[in-house]
Design a protein around this ligand. Structure first.
Ligand SMILES: C[S@@+](CC[C@H](N)C(=O)[O-])C[C@H]1O[C@@H](n2cnc3c(N)ncnc32)[C@H](O)[C@@H]1O
Length: 265
């Protein structure tokens, strides 16, 4: 039987190539293993953000309408805790966090080149706050702070090709059991790939993951409990996840122990 199956497989493969079709072998992605080692829930609750694009009435782009934040985060659970937001840009989410969650400290990570945008809203914050400027991957100052209970990582991941170092850094600065709200553009295909794109107008490099690729990246960097809100902008290429930190990354390790590294430490 197995010889027959192998023959049928090779025949289908070569016929597909002759027909000019793309042939794709999904088994190395090992999605059963992902299911075995992670907890993944698709949460269909309504999220009042069904915009077709990130444009709003006032802003050229915004990932998630701030009112929808209270529909995916339990405000009482996160009130008065330590919060990190990466890439606050126009301060729309920062203002919501400040008012609704009243964090004990609100820390922002961003490139210094966005300082002029931050200057427009930072004086309106009531909570204790600070900025850590520079690439999040190398933001050592964040590692020296008391770890965070909640991280906002909205609309940042796919702008970078360095997904694992970014998610790994966020793991290291978050408390065990802490949460991360992650929003990213995704590729709708069912594989587990990160597609590298060279934007035709801006020339920028982007790394756009599929949903399964996001799940793998999260599992490898110590975020193995994931809830995806399927009511968020359905039919678009945007996805929203609430993730829980489940594993500590060892000193010097890129990945959690759940995955075998290419070379032993
Ligand atoms: C498209 S904006 C998202 C703005 C906002 N968070 C939202 O949800 O609409 C991406 C932001 O992430 C910041 N960013 C991108 N890569 C980063 C990195 N490696 N370290 C720190 N900030 C980064 C950019 O400066 C920018 O402010």
């Amino acid at each position: 039987m197995s010889g027959l199956r192998g023959f049928a497989r090779r025949a289908a493969w070569s016929a597909a190539v002759r027909l000019g079709l793309q042939v794709y072998e999904p088994s190395p992605e090992n999605l059963p293993r992902l299911d075995e080692f992670t907890e993944y829930v698709e949460d269909p609750r309504p999220v009042s953000d069904d915009r077709a694009t990130t444009a709003t009435d006032d802003l050229p782009d915004l990932t998630l309408l701030p009112d929808a934040l209270g529909e995916v985060l339990e405000i009482d659970r996160f009130r008065g805790l330590r919060v990190l937001e990466v890439g606050p840009k126009y301060g729309v989410h920062a203002r919501w966090i400040d008012e609704k969650l009243e964090p004990s400290e609100l820390v922002f990570s961003d490139f210094a080149s966005d300082q002029h945008l931050h200057a427009k809203w930072v004086d309106g914050l009531h909570s204790k706050h600070r900025f850590v400027y520079g690439d999040l991957r190398d933001a050592r100052e964040l590692l020296e702070l008391e770890p965070f209970d909640l991280v906002f990582f909205l609309g940042v991941l796919y702008h970078s090709i360095h997904h694992l170092p970014l998610l790994g850094m966020l793991n290291r600065v978050t408390k065990a059991g802490g949460s991360m709200l992650l929003e990213t553009t995704v590729d709708s295909r069912p594989d587990a790939l990160v597609r590298l794109r060279w934007h035709p107008d801006t020339g920028k490099a982007k790394g756009v993951p599929s949903i399964q690729a996001v799940r793998l990246e999260l599992a490898w960097t110590g975020w193995r409990k994931v809830r995806r809100f399927t009511g968020y902008r359905p039919g678009t290429s945007e996805a929203l996840f609430l993730c829980e930190k489940t594993d500590e990354l060892r000193k010097g390790a890129d990945l959690a122990d759940v995955v075998t590294p290419h070379r032993p430490r």
